[in-house]
Write a protein that binds this ligand. Structure first.
Ligand SMILES: [Ca+2]
Length: 286
């Protein structure tokens, strides 16, 4: 973990998406934060020692999904599949599929595995799973303000976690999507999917992968707003409460969703898990 000194900062942005505005001055107490997102290997240890069963592995309640195809009411999770060519960007079903059997150690479904991805961020974790892991290690999930303050790494009002330029000297500093989402992944940063934690340079607080790679759960509730356009995170059923996720992911592309930035935010249904949402924990110094 790394210490983040308390202080005030300009939270939000008025230059990108409406849900990030307005910019306001926010004060944060000092805290400690995981230098990297929680990895598959760390989550595996948690599951082995506790027998924990993630939300994606549990049976679904048909009452909660009255309109669903009954054959799809089996444990599973959302998996990203690239489109074969340009598609209607207003319909997330063009790249998200519900895959029975997809779970944290088989993120793309029963035929997939994570044997070579122990140091990748864990994915396919719902909010409750992230909270359970945090409690097990005696930590907590960050608030949105704590997360954003940490992600800025001491740089006030900058677009990215490293400054204002997307790729200084042509160098990609986070795992995002280069090319036309959701079909043309040019992989200029070296990774089509998730990347092992810590391969991109840390920010000013010594924190890796705060932006890009995977979105991260925070403990703040998201208030539904019409200003939010559906993006790379699937829109949710409004009957299910949402929490704020931060940081963007390997699926964020400037042509569609420029959200691998500290100010970016989305609301995600608490029971949703996908191949591009993970988390990290904090420890209050008080
Ligand atoms: Ca990438």
């Amino acid at each position: 973990m790394k210490p983040v000194p308390g202080g005030a900062f300009a939270m939000g942005s008025e230059n990108f998406y409406l849900e990030e505005a307005p910019v306001r001055r926010v004060e944060v107490e000092g805290f400690w934060i995981d230098a990297r997102p929680v990895t598959v290997g760390q989550f595996r240890r948690f599951v082995k020692q506790t027998g924990y069963v993630t939300v994606a592995e549990r049976p679904l309640d048909p009452a909660l999904f009255p309109d669903a195809d009954p054959t799809m009411l089996v444990p599973g999770s959302l998996v990203f599949r690239p489109a074969r060519g340009p598609v209607d960007l207003s319909d997330f079903r063009n790249w998200w599929s519900y895959v029975p059997g997809a779970r944290w150690d088989r993120p793309e479904g029963p035929q997939s595995d994570t044997y070579t991805r122990g140091r990748h961020p864990v994915t396919q974790v719902a909010y409750e799973d992230a909270e359970a892991y945090a409690a097990w290690v005696g930590k907590a999930l960050p608030t949105e303000a704590e997360w954003e303050y940490a992600a800025r790494g001491g740089l006030d009002s900058k677009v990215f976690a490293w400054g204002d330029e997307l790729a200084p000297d042509g160098r990609m500093l986070a795992n995002s999507w280069q090319g036309e989402f959701p079909w043309q992944n040019l992989v200029l940063d070296g990774y089509a999917g998730t990347s092992p934690v810590g391969v991109f340079p840390p920010n000013g607080y010594g924190l890796y992968d705060m932006t890009g790679d995977v979105w991260e759960w925070t403990r703040d509730s998201f208030t539904a707003s019409h200003s939010q356009k559906p993006c790379c995170a699937p829109p949710s059923d409004e009957r299910i409460p949402r929490r704020i996720i931060k940081g963007g992911s390997h699926l964020c592309a400037p042509n569609y969703c420029l959200r691998f930035r500290p100010a970016a935010r989305q609301g995600e249904a608490v029971d949703t898990s996908t191949t591009h949402i993970g988390f990290r924990c904090i420890l209050s110094s008080a």
